[in-house]
Design a binder for this molecule. Sequence first.
Ligand code: TYM
Length: 349
Amino acid sequence: MSFVPLVFSGVQPTGNLHLGNYLGAIKRFVEMQATHDCIYCVVDQHAITVWQDPFELKKQIREVTAAFLAAGIDPVKHIVFNQSQVPEHAELAWVFNCVARMGWLNRMTQFKEKAGKDKENASVGLFAYPTLMAADILVYRATHVPVGEDQKQHLELARDIAQKFNNDFKASIVSNGHDGELGYFPQPEPLTQGPAPRVMSLRDGTKKMSKSDPSDYSRINLTDDQDAIAQKVRKARTDSEPLPSEVDGLKERPDADNLVTIYAALASKSRADVLGEFGGSQFSVFKPALADLAVSVLSPINTRMRELMEDPGHIDAVLADGSERAGAIAAKVMGEVKDIVGFLRSRKS
Ligand code: TYM
């Protein structure tokens, strides 16, 4: 016996969707549709762990949905929805808050980074963020989670929560008719082995490309037009050496490595192939080629996103349909979790 393979992943609607989100996550979401059933979520409840302007948030939820659709996610064959429309995420997260240990959450590096020096002033939600993320995945009993490398630690926590739940409630899991050895929840597997699991800042190849970097030149946004993309690539930081001919030559050259990795991921080639073509070239040759490639891949997505954003009614209808279908799966799992934990079911569930 094993769990039915199912893909789940999410993106926060916190603005400035960028090339890292695309290459590390959304491009892979599109690819996984060919081999798996997939559920893709706009995680608006995660977004409010830090302050979001309510008027902007609505727009940003639609924008991430538009990016999913524009990149090629099929909301009919698969499921696209926003988290807050399926209340079972928050419901299961509460159960997981009671399964996870303070010590586990205290180790999360993302909380430390985001809370900064003033931990006392961080929201409780920001601290508990990873238990909601575990609930997002496990409320569908999803088995595979395509994410960028920065989410790996959260996935490990989700696996620990699944395992502790399976152990703590083993007797009840069995008495409710499930396989005690397998457990009720799968151990979700992070899929981070894409071509660009960690896209770095264009201004500093040792820092992750991030939505919150104050410099807009650090990232290529999915909403950037052709001129902006070309200008950002032109201004990207580099060293003064020509490109090496071997991948080994990129060691200790983080800015060069980042640009070659981005080129390779956009072209669906290996870094070795890219260096086979550009080894020995100066950045004055490589950068225009990279800008052209980035424009050719991102422009159609950008254009489609703009068209979709002009019809918010259509986006809302996609999300409503997705939420209904996601909600049907989540309600069944949450009902079974209630039985296992020892709650009485309501008339609805
Ligand atoms: P978020 O919204 O920060 O990012 C969305 C996805 O983009 C990836 N990513 C990157 N990949 C490569 N290089 C980068 N520079 C880069 N920056 C971001 C992220 O790894 C992510 O895959 N906690 C998640 C959202 C979430 C989630 C989930 C994901 C909530 N619940 C359940 C998977 C399953 C987050 O903040 O992603």
